[in-house]
Design a protein around this ligand. Structure first.
Ligand SMILES: *[C@@H]1O[C@H](CO)[C@@H](O)[C@H](O)[C@H]1NC(C)=O
Ligand SMILES: *[C@@H]1O[C@H](CO)[C@@H](O)[C@H](O)[C@H]1NC(C)=O
Ligand SMILES: *[C@@H]1O[C@H](CO)[C@@H](O)[C@H](O)[C@H]1NC(C)=O
Length: 420
């Protein structure tokens, strides 16, 4: 029997269950790996209650906030979605006071647990690359005090403390094996890495191949940044081969961490994405490129591939961003990173064709599309012909579908054995 048709046969629900069961034992965590940044610098976004089904429709099981918006944290109570909450740069100075840090944790984290699954606090965002010495000097003390507050409240086993960095903390990024941190930041980063090492929290980096392309479109091959390169590059020093710039950027950070002696601290990707629109001078900011970048990124996430230097690392990627944010300052691209427009319709079709991937009916039968119920306030786009929204609302479904052909190849012999 043809194994492919077995996968697409009418016993699909059973198949999915089997694949899920198998994956639980063979490949823990692979199903719940899509994270999304939920930025809210806008005046036209839907209410958090209406965002819950949207997040589920793309199969995201992790959400990152830039604050600790109680409306969002309440809306997501008992959904199983895991949160990184943010503590804004403007609060860092206050957090030097242990009492204020404790109050912040009580009001913004403890109150929502355990109904809302907050697992991480990101203290400050891209602090070190503002080059503001006062702000930078407040970063680690703030992280330490927030961590101490968690310890005092007996929450440190379930909530970790970190901060997200801009890739600009690197001085060298090419080739990846030569990656190193800016010299003026080395001391601070050593102390921060030491904190991660002691508390078991991840080092977060915001990695955007888009910005590398934008600043140098004549030199940087677009297919390399969009995960579509035929040849890629080989790092002459390490001998490792890179098929895309995203992995090269991440491994440059790995090299930099290793140079400071922190090979074991876990690196995760707190932001990456591509704008679907930009100003005339913003090379590469097009709908087509955004679609390619994010579709290929989602494929990569579902395949659970690490980087050439860390093939088994779960990068825990958070895509930027859920929505286009109309009040973000800066060039047009800044306001156009969303997978969705403010009305909840996709900014573009991500090309995830649930129907064609699974070969059967995966739209919800409840009349709504993709779990966006009529009362959610969205008017779903025309029809389910939009592949993106035709994905089922089942949280894990997207990843199951996205990887189905891959898993069929890998596990179908085992399934066939189990079925017969
Ligand atoms: C911060 O300093 C670095 C290195 O001196 C420089 O390259 C970068 O442009 C500066 N960033 C800002 C936001 O001023
Ligand atoms: C998605 O599937 C539908 C129905 O099978 C098909 O008509 C359409 O061309 C597919 N789209 C893509 C992008 O594969
Ligand atoms: C999809 O499901 C609906 C309702 O269950 C059914 O009426 C329709 O024929 C199905 N379409 C396909 C292509 O199987």
């Amino acid at each position: 029997m043809d194994l492919t048709s077995l996968c697409f046969s009418s016993s699909l629900p059973k198949m999915l269950l089997l694949i899920l069961l198998l994956s639980v034992s063979l490949f823990p965590n692979w199903v719940s790996s899509l994270g999304i940044n939920y930025g809210q610098i806008a005046n036209n976004l839907p209410t958090p209650d209406a965002v819950v089904p949207l997040v589920k429709s793309i199969g995201a099981s992790r959400v990152k906030l830039y604050d600790a918006d109680p409306r969002v944290l309440k809306a997501f109570a008992n959904t199983g979605v895991e949160f990184i909450v943010g503590l804004g740069n403007e609060y860092l100075a206050k957090m030097r006071d242990p009492k204020q840090a404790q109050d912040w944790v009580k009001i913004n984290v403890q109150c929502h647990l355990p109904a809302t699954k907050i697992s991480c606090i990101a203290v400050g965002n891209e602090v070190l690359t503002f080059n503001d010495s006062v702000l930078s000097s407040n970063l680690l003390p703030a992280m330490e005090n927030v961590h101490t507050a968690l310890v005092n409240l007996n929450l440190d086993k379930q909530v970790v403390v970190t901060t997200a960095h801009n890739l600009g903390i690197l001085e060298n990024s090419y080739p990846p094996s030569s990656g190193s941190f800016r010299k003026d930041l080395t001391q601070r980063l050593t102390c921060i890495l030491d904190f991660h090492s002691k508390t078991g929290s991840p080092f977060l980096i915001n990695a955007y191949p888009y910005f590398a392309y934008k600043s140098n479109p004549k030199q940087v091959p677009i297919d390399f940044v969009l995960f579509e390169s035929d040849s890629g590059i080989t790092d002459a020093l390490s001998g490792l081969h890179y098929g895309n710039m995203f992995h090269a950027q991440i491994d440059a950070v790995h090299s930099a961490m290793e140079k400071l002696g922190y090979k074991k601290v876990c690196l995760q990707i707190s932001e990456t994405g591509w704008p679907s629109k930009g100003d005339a001078d913003e090379a590469g900011a097009t709908l087509d490129n955004a679609k390619k970048y994010n579709a290929n990124l989602l494929k990569l996430i579902s395949e659970k591939k690490g980087t050439p230097m860390r093939p088994n690392l779960n990068l825990n990627i958070y895509v930027f961003a859920l929505f286009n944010e109309n009040m973000k300052p800066g060039p047009s691209s800044e306001r156009n990173f969303g997978l969705f427009k403010p009305d909840g319709t996709p900014a573009y079709n991500l090309g995830f064709n649930a129907t064609s991937l699974v070969g059967s009916n995966t739209t919800t039968s409840s009349g709504g599309v993709a779990g966006i119920s009529p009362e959610s306030g969205f008017s779903p786009p025309g029809s389910s012909s939009n592949g993106y929204l035709s994905i089922s609302s089942d949280t894990e479904r997207l990843l199951v579908q996205g990887t189905l052909s891959f898993w069929c190849k890998l596990v179908s012999p085992i399934i066939a054995f189990l079925l017969y």
